[in-house]
Ligand binder design. Structure first.
Ligand code: PAF
Length: 284
């Protein structure tokens, strides 16, 4: 496995790399979810193509300085994980090599990012779009792989690719969960044992309430199930249209029940998709 720590070095390594070039953009601190993305990348690239994993804790997508400062960065073990997962090139740039101090161009998505994490994390998706476009341009990738846990991020990146004609195919992979249902996240490692034991309630609350009849019942039940724990604070809990990500007023179309929950300063997200088949009156 080759390691590039600047964009120039990455371009040099990938200049004549066998195609397809498949990129897995990450912020490191790998768990089984990341490894599933790397395995999918290897499948798509085949034995001849090139798998690139970027490991970059992108400062411009963090809205809270403490979240950035506490983000785990176990680079040595991450590189070993990449190697074991069959990655050909790891890209590990520093923030100073990625961003000019006077940078003045940002990629902004203005519709899908208006609610959910976009509403409570100012500038987050501008930071994500900007770095992801830079990673596409630096790697010249044909395909890029993202996890479905960050469904809003995935939708926004697909929109960016569509609206800016980026020649990159976006592939998504299912959320990987712990055996108790908690969605894997690099932030889970920062939970105390009591918080970790409590955290599966997020998923349970979403799943159980999602079977209820009306929007109001779903939101009320999910809120009270999450808030039943004294350890949690809800950042948001929303029911949105699965396509537009705007608040929905009907379950006739696929919807997403999504939440972000704080345990102290550790913020976790999860969601469920609600897809009700339309019921037709049976013929008499
Ligand atoms: O999902 C992530 O880990 C990050 O948001 C990404 C896509 C690597 C951009 O920094």
């Amino acid at each position: 496995m080759k390691v590039a720590d600047t964009g120039i070095a990455l371009r040099e390594i990938l200049k004549n790399a066998p195609r397809p070039v498949v990129l897995v953009p990450t912020m490191g601190a790998f768990h089984a979810g990341h490894i599933s993305l790397m395995h999918r990348a290897r499948e798509i690239a085949g034995s001849h193509g090139t798998v690139v994993t970027s490991i970059f804790v992108n400062p411009i997508q963090f809205d809270r300085p403490a979240d950035l400062a506490n983000y785990p960065q176990p680079l040595t073990s991450d590189l070993a994980t990449c190697e074991a997962a069959g990655v050909d090139v790891a890209f590990t740039p520093s923030a100073t090599s990625m961003y000019f101090p006077d940078r003045s161009v940002t990629v902004t998505e203005s519709l899908l990012s208006s609610g959910l994490c976009g509403a409570t994390r100012a500038g987050h998706f501008d930071g994500v779009c900007t770095v992801v476009l830079k990673l596409f341009l630096l790697s010249g990738c044909d395909t890029a792989i993202f996890g479905e846990k960050d469904f809003q991020q995935l939708a926004i990146i697909r929109r960016m690719v569509r609206d800016l004609d980026a020649p990159v195919e976006i592939v998504s992979c299912a959320t990987v969960r712990e055996t108790d249902g908690l969605a894997m996240s690099s932030r889970n490692a920062r939970l105390t044992p009591a918080q970790r034991a409590d955290a599966p309630r997020i998923r349970e609350a979403l799943l159980e309430s999602s079977t209820l009849e009306t929007l109001e019942e779903i939101l009320t039940a999910a809120r009270s199930a999450i808030e039943a724990s004294p350890l949690t604070r809800i950042d948001y809990l929303s029911l949105v249209d699965a396509e537009t990500l705007q608040p929905t007023h009907s379950l006739d179309r696929p919807a997403i029940l999504a939440t972000a929950v704080f345990y102290d300063d550790v913020r976790l997200i999860d969601h469920v998709i609600i897809h009700r088949p339309l019921t037709h009156p049976t013929d008499a």
